[in-house]
Design a protein around this ligand. Structure first.
Ligand code: PAF
Length: 300
């Protein structure tokens, strides 16, 4: 099995280098970022402070017809444009695994690659790309994969090499539920830390705001068949914020570097789901509009 990784950002680079150093056959699908790695090896800084140099070959779009496994680790808003270029070219036998923040591209994938084995995942691994050639592993996390279609269910064999590479990986038959849980965490921590321009630990000083956002979301979560009380959701948010207190969230970093954020697939996705069943989320909508306004100052 050869792993082809599309999207060499922090998570893509972390997965690629860890898989490579544990003996897997890994390459990067040609993008501007991937080409930088082909010309210069990537340095992986491990959790114990040691380093490992990784040569990651870069393969061209012409080689797409030979792919055996595609792991997509782009920003969520890049998933559809990146995969659109592969429609009709990727062999039907090639599994596609999505790994991104937020939700939304799954439905598009099911329609456009109906014959491929399709999977999605969530990860809480921490990684920071110090520069284009230096990836720092900042926190051990959990990685869960699950199937999006029947063909995807036959790929539980991806778990042992991932677990060996990352320290933890497991299969989930409830991957949509895990995605939703991560979505809720991201929908509260990411826009708040981005707007206050502070690390995740700042949430402990904004308890009333976090509680109100959780409370507003609760009817939608009940409609999605989650049974826990609002207090349980608040506890999870504060726990993640505490465990990652020194970290800047991905949305804070995107705004700070004047990059497009993932808000459309995080809060935007929640707003769409709520609208479908007639639930209003004015506080979340307000966060959404504030982030979009900031984003518009550099994306248009
Ligand atoms: O997007 C992020 O930054 C992370 O998912 C999280 C959990 C909010 C921690 O920073």
């Amino acid at each position: 099995m050869q792993w082809t990784i599309l999207g060499a950002g922090a998570i893509g680079s972390l997965f690629a280098t860890h898989l490579l150093r544990t003996g897997q056959d890994v390459n990067l699908l040609d993008t501007r970022c991937a080409r930088q790695h082909a010309s210069h090896p990537m340095m992986l800084e491990l959790l114990d402070g040691s380093f490992c140099m990784c040569e990651l070959p870069c393969i061209s779009h012409q080689a797409v017809s030979d792919l055996t496994l595609l792991l997509v680790t782009t920003k969520v808003w890049q998933v559809i444009p990146a995969l659109e270029a592969l429609v009709g070219k990727l062999p039907h036998s090639c599994p596609i695994v999505l790994l991104h923040n937020g939700m939304g591209p799954e439905e598009w994938l099911l329609t456009h690659f109906p014959q491929n084995p399709l999977l999605t995942g969530v990860t809480s691994c921490g990684a920071f790309k110090k520069d284009p050639h230096h990836i720092k592993h900042t926190g051990l996390g959990e990685t869960w994969l699950g199937a999006l279609n029947e063909a995807g269910t036959h790929y539980q064999s991806l778990i042992p090499p991932l677990a060996n590479a990352l320290g933890h990986a497991a299969w989930s038959d409830q991957i949509r539920e895990r995605q939703w849980r991560k979505l809720v965490v991201n929908a509260i921590i990411n826009p708040l830390t981005a707007l206050y321009n502070q690390p995740n630990g700042m949430l402990s000083e904004h308890q009333a705001e976090v509680n109100a956002l959780c409370e507003e979301l609760h009817p939608l979560l009940i409609a999605e068949s989650f049974t826990e009380p609002v207090t349980a959701w608040c506890e999870v948010i504060f726990k993640v914020a505490e465990q990652t207190a020194q970290n800047y969230s991905s949305m804070q970093q995107d705004l700070a570097h004047q990059r497009k954020t993932e808000i459309d697939y995080i809060t935007g996705y929640l707003l769409q789901q709520a609208e479908k069943i007639g639930i209003k989320l004015p506080l979340h909508q307000d966060l959404y509009l504030k982030i979009k306004k900031l984003e518009s100052t550099f994306t248009t």
